[in-house]
Design a protein around this ligand. Structure first.
Ligand code: FE2
Length: 386
């Protein structure tokens, strides 16, 4: 089944997996270091690069295409803080990327991970049941070499596994430096990347991240936490031991009308990455800039801000400033967080972004779900998808 193609051996989650998970539990079996970059396959990478530079403040750092001897695809490497995006478009209709775009529209193909040793990581991942996407191989140019492999995850999404073998160039072998500085918006790093999977598959993919990557369950939200009159979802947040890589997995929950997750799956043509949360150090500054740049965000009703002081207690940011920008606040026993969600950044209602600032809280904004989902449902209704 397509949604389970990341695992070589399929089957329902349950005691069989629980046993494998117990037996294989290791802190960091793939020696994962960080999210290296996220690759988006897009219809027009030149325009996407302009959008992420002018809209989100990502500087262009490197380029690969016809001028660098790459005949099949053009890619732009963009970065801000420690967040790296790769924007790729096919140059011919028979390239695999063209089929990905036909099926999914613009979307995330690869959540690429840096590991200590790509051969070891690949071998270990496959031993733990991951389906291979690309065998380990060298990639090199005059700046040095990397070792690279890849495994499948949900839908048509993959995880590249990259280790450095002396590479000192601008992005990866095959890329030429092509710097175009952006007006930085204060984004520091990728906080988490959420995957949407089909009804009944959330536990399967949570187990996949435990079994293959050694991740643990960080938080679970069920439909009592996250349901409104119409739109419901369930979510499990999977995290590595250092909590530097977090991959929440959502599935639709039964509700009176269509879940926002189901809307995504239908528009995307299957499971895929739903949103990327970008962490910043001053949410008022970052979101103010993004809005002036023309990025559209979801808005919650004004009543949200009337109820806010009683719900979250004192916060350092002036409520009027939060209200003016539409920033949401949630608090737990460790502190609070400030967050906001963009509208989808392509015409299909699929991938969107979150901007998040953490002030002690390591949560995901559970207290905002109700207000937020009512806002999402208003947008779904405008699209005729509720
Ligand atoms: Fe999020």
């Amino acid at each position: 089944m397509r949604g389970e193609q990341g695992l070589a051996s399929e089957g329902a989650p349950g005691e069989k997996y629980a046993k494998i998970i117990r037996e294989n539990r290791m802190e960091n079996p793939l020696k994962l270091k960080r999210i290296h970059h996220v690759e988006f396959l897009v219809g027009n990478a030149r325009q996407a690069a302009f959008f992420y530079r002018k809209g989100f403040g990502f500087s262009q750092v490197a380029y690969s295409g016809l001028e660098t001897g790459q005949r099949k695809r053009t890619s732009y490497a963009m970065s801000q803080g420690k967040a790296n995006f790769l924007l790729t478009t096919p140059l011919t209709p028979d390239d695999d990327a063209a089929e990905h775009i036909r099926k999914h529209g613009d979307g995330v193909k690869d959540i690429a991970l840096e590991v200590a040793d790509a051969d070891q990581a690949f071998e270990e991942a496959v031993k733990r049941g991951a389906l291979p996407a690309q065998e380990p191989h060298d990639e090199k140019d005059e700046h040095g070499a990397i070792r690279r492999a890849a495994v499948h995850t949900y839908g048509d999404t993959i995880h590249s596994l990259i280790s450095y073998k002396g590479y000192k160039g601008p992005f990866l072998p095959g890329f030429a430096a092509a710097p175009i500085a952006a007006d930085d918006c204060g984004i520091l790093r990728i906080d988490h990347i959420v995957g949407n999977v089909e009804l009944g598959k959330m536990q399967f993919w949570a187990d996949y991240y435990t079994r293959v990557f050694g991740f643990h369950r960080y938080i679970t939200f069920d439909d009592k936490d996250i349901s409104t009159e119409y739109s419901a979802l369930m979510s499990i947040v999977m995290s590595d031991d250092s909590h530097s890589v977090k991959f929440p997995i959502n599935e639709p929950a039964a509700a009176r009308n269509k879940s926002q997750i189901q809307e995504y799956i239908e528009a995307y043509g299957g499971p895929g990455a739903q949103h990327l949360a970008l962490q910043c150090k001053d949410v008022l500054h970052t979101v103010g800039k993004l809005q002036r740049n023309g990025i559209d965000f979801l808005r919650v009703p004004d009543s949200y801000y009337q109820a806010l002081p009683a719900r979250v207690g004192p916060v350092e940011e002036p409520i009027d400033d939060l209200r003016a920008l539409g920033i949401l606040v949630d608090r737990d026993d460790e502190g609070y967080l400030l967050q906001i969600f963009s509208k989808p950044v392509e015409d299909r209602p699929t991938v969107f972004f979150e901007v998040i600032q953490r002030k002690g809280s390591r949560g995901f904004g559970k207290g905002n779900f109700k207000a937020l989902f009512e806002s999402i449902e208003m947008e779904q209704a405008r699209r005729g998808n509720l």
